[in-house]
Design a protein around this ligand. Structure first.
Ligand code: A2P
Length: 347
């Protein structure tokens, strides 16, 4: 029974509990039997008093601006960067350890940036900042594949194009994709809503996510470089990315070209990737096998297909990667951090 009377199970708060990541986190807590002593669902004052069900029990949503973080041991924040910047410091000051799903503290040297399958050792001690950062949704599946490749062949360069789903913009992104698609079907000349995605995402692809930087890259693209370096402990790793929003409801894809220091044997590469925890390689019947966001299966796995070592340059290979961004790219990674913390007794 995940609601645990044990004094050692943490009291937890889910900030952003009504959002796309927050509701996924509730589902995962139920599915994985995460043990807690108390659970508090927190959102904006607009949602205060709303009732949500957690494991058959009704929980009332509490407003963030009056929430007392001294009542919890662990707080998950999934309510956007500006909310985290404003409220995480006071949650920490009140004694909570924070797992933050936003960009707010990821590059802070006192805050570990953790993908448990890659650098769980960062969770052996409580960070001095009181915060553990959850990486970007496209970075998480990528580094889970880069780690074993770096260890075996050494990585010279990684070139990635992402194909990112609407759910990366939360419930409002999903709603806007549905509405804009419906309106474009009814009247192809109509613009439809384009607030979360500009221009419209309906029957379109948009090579622009987050804000534009002076370098001409977007912040999303910069995050994939900086975060990969930090998580893998490779400060000079060369990762260059084009991040693209596509009209998919949920599930990010990536096409990655990985060039190594040594020649890569395809059979060994397939075996190596398939041996990684919670990774499914789609390569059984044909080397052309591939996952897609709608057909990959096993939503808690990173899916890999189209594994191609280049005949003209056998140091390099392509992979096609699909991962559920709400789970692997956000809520599941956060919960796996919490599971690792409780296993280690770090809380
Ligand atoms: P609310 O539902 O009350 O607006 P999504 O990523 O799906 O858009 O969800 C965002 C989550 O962050 C929701 O739970 C939302 O709560 C919460 N949120 C947004 N702004 C604030 C805020 N200023 N204070 C607290 N929670 C917020």
């Amino acid at each position: 029974m995940p609601l645990s009377p044990s004094d050692t199970a943490p009291r937890i708060a889910l900030v952003g509990a009504t959002g796309a990541v927050g509701t996924t986190l509730i589902q995962l807590i139920e599915e994985r039997g995460f043990r807690y002593r108390e659970i508090h669902l927190v959102a904006s004052s607009r949602s205060a008093g709303r009732e949500l069900t957690v494991e058959g029990r009704t929980c009332r949503v509490e407003a963030l601006d009056t929430f007392d973080f001294s009542a919890v041991d662990l707080a998950f924040f999934s309510a956007g960067s500006s909310v985290s910047r404003k409220w995480v410091p006071s949650a920490v000051a009140q004694g909570a350890l924070v797992i933050d799903n936003t960009n707010a503290f990821r590059m802070d040297p006192a805050t570990p940036l953790v993908v448990p399958q890659v650098n769980a050792d960062e969770l052996d001690r409580r960070p001095s900042s009181g915060i553990i950062a959850n990486p970007n949704c496209s970075t998480i599946p990528l580094v889970r594949l880069l780690r074993p490749v770096e260890d075996r062949w050494g990585i010279r360069q990684v070139v990635v194009s992402t194909y990112q789903a609407a759910s990366g913009r939360g419930h409002s992104g999903i709603t806007e994709l549905h509405e804009a698609s419906r309106s474009a079907l009814e009247d192809p000349s109509a613009q439809g809503p384009a607030v979360e995605f500009t221009p419209t995402l309906a029957f379109n692809v948009v090579p622009f996510i987050d804000e534009l930087l002076d370098t001409g890259f977007t912040l999303e693209e910069q995050k994939m470089l900086q975060e990969s370096r930090k998580i893998l402990g490779l400060p000079h790793l060369d990762v260059t990315t084009t991040c693209v929003r596509v009209p998919v409801v949920n599930g990010h894809s990536e096409a990655a070209w990985i060039e190594c220091d040594d020649v890569v044997a395809r059979d060994e590469l397939v075996r190596l990737l398939a041996a990684q925890p919670e990774v499914t390689v789609h390569d059984k019947d044909t080397i052309g096998a591939f996952p897609t966001p709608r057909t990959a299966g096993a939503p808690d796995h990173v899916h890999v297909g189209r594994i191609r070592v280049a005949p003209h340059n056998p140091r390099g290979f392509w992979v096609w990667v699909v991962a559920d961004n709400l789970r692997i790219g956000a809520a599941l990674n956060a919960l796996q951090i919490a599971e690792a913390l409780t296993e280690r007794g770090t809380l």
